[in-house]
Design a protein around this ligand. Structure first.
Ligand code: SF4
Length: 365
């Protein structure tokens, strides 16, 4: 197991200005759920996702009107745009003329070898990236029997067939995804692929479900692989707003110390000693911390007697009694204030930390 160093060695794939694999940090992507032919609405959503930390955006291209709308979308998008194509290879060819950086297909459902290779040749000629995806839903018929007994092997064998075809034309600017709605099958298949090649992996759990279920499946499936050093770009698929996908992806990467987006919050689970609404308090602190990209751990604890001691590993902490609140650092109380002042003193302390950090006095992961 490793959570920070020792990421699997992978090739660098260029997607517009962004790199996936190699030395690049694990990137976060999502997919718009607007009608792609409505370029204005799609761009608005892309901008919102970019503001929240999305780094690559995929848009569905189900018809030629959508492929055409890509001209406007790609010319104004703040993020590299990936065209998501199913079944009709001509849509992929059209999308590639309209400013995209990467095309995502499942070769198993694109209409056969010749059509797959026509897309790949055009991507190679234009210097575009591809993602080739394999999942149980798009698996070629010849692997059905193997899938029943050894799903990971079937998925990986299938993807290797496509990889070899791309290597024959000397095209290697692609990322692979091997997904299943079953978390364990996804983990096993990605492990099997990862030990045999250096192609970057896009991680995700397909059809993961609504917010809570999808978040848990994503955290377990994607998180397990990332903790083992496997994975170069991620999408947390949810039946929910794509903004939620970004928030959760960031939390997964931060929990594994692969990226840092803001100061880390820890909060106690509360017990019978807690005399305040700690759920609201910790939510408020979490919102404040979103504005502080500092290498700090901040604790929110539910009682003054045990809180500072229980959270002595935290750099800064607050704990709340019935009327008074405490601000502490490394377990030592440094201020006692009225409860309604607690968030203010915490914000002031964070500002001080920000200034110290800018001066180079802070620590880093
Ligand atoms: Fe209970 Fe206090 Fe510990 Fe929170 S900090 S779990 S309220 S003892």
């Amino acid at each position: 197991m490793n959570s920070t160093g020792n990421r699997r060695k992978t090739r660098t794939v260029k997607v517009g200005t962004l790199e996936i694999g190699g030395q690049a940090p694990v990137s976060i992507q999502s997919m718009t759920n607007t009608d792609t032919t409505d370029a204005a609405a799609t761009l608005e959503q892309i901008k919102l996702l970019a503001e929240n930390g999305c780094e690559l955006i995929r848009v569905a291209v189900p018809n030629f009107e959508a492929a055409d709308a890509l001209k406007v979308i790609t010319s104004r998008s703040p993020l590299p745009v990936i065209a998501d194509i199913h079944f009709d290879y001509k849509l992929a060819l059209a999308a590639m003329d309209n400013g995209i950086c990467k095309v995502r297909i499942n070769p198993g459902n694109i209409g056969g070898y010749k059509k797959f290779m026509e897309i790949a040749r055009k991507a190679a000629d234009l210097g575009l990236a591809m993602r080739i995806g394999v999942n149980s839903g798009s698996l070629e018929r010849k692997w059905y029997d193997l899938y029943k007994h050894s799903p990971s092997e079937a998925l990986v064998n299938s993807v290797f067939g496509f990889v070899e075809s791309l290597e024959k034309i000397n095209y290697q600017n692609f990322v692979v995804s091997i997904k299943d709605s079953d978390v364990l099958k996804t983990i096993n298949a990605n492990r099997l692929f990862a030990v045999q090649t250096e192609y970057p992996l896009h991680l995700g759990i397909t059809e993961a479900g609504p917010l809570e279920t999808g978040m848990i499946k994503g955290a377990i499936g994607i998180g397990t692989l990332l903790a083992e050093g496997i994975g170069d770009t991620i999408r947390v698929s949810l039946t929910a707003s794509p903004v939620e996908e970004i928030k959760i992806a960031k939390k997964i990467l931060q929990a594994l110390k692969l990226r840092r987006f803001n100061a880390e919050l820890i909060s106690c689970p509360t017990c019978g000693r807690c005399q305040v609404d700690l759920v609201s308090l910790s939510n408020e602190v979490e919102s404040i911390l979103e504005h502080y990209d500092l290498p700090l751990t901040v604790a929110v604890m539910g009682c003054a007697v045990n809180g500072p001691g229980e959270a002595r590993e935290a750099d800064i902490g607050v704990c709340a009694g019935q009327k008074k609140g405490l601000l502490f650092k490394k377990g030592k109380v440094i201020k006692r204030v009225n409860l309604d002042q607690l968030l203010n003193v915490l914000s002031l302390e964070l500002e001080k930390e920000r200034i110290d950090h800018k001066k180079g006095a802070g620590k880093d992961y």
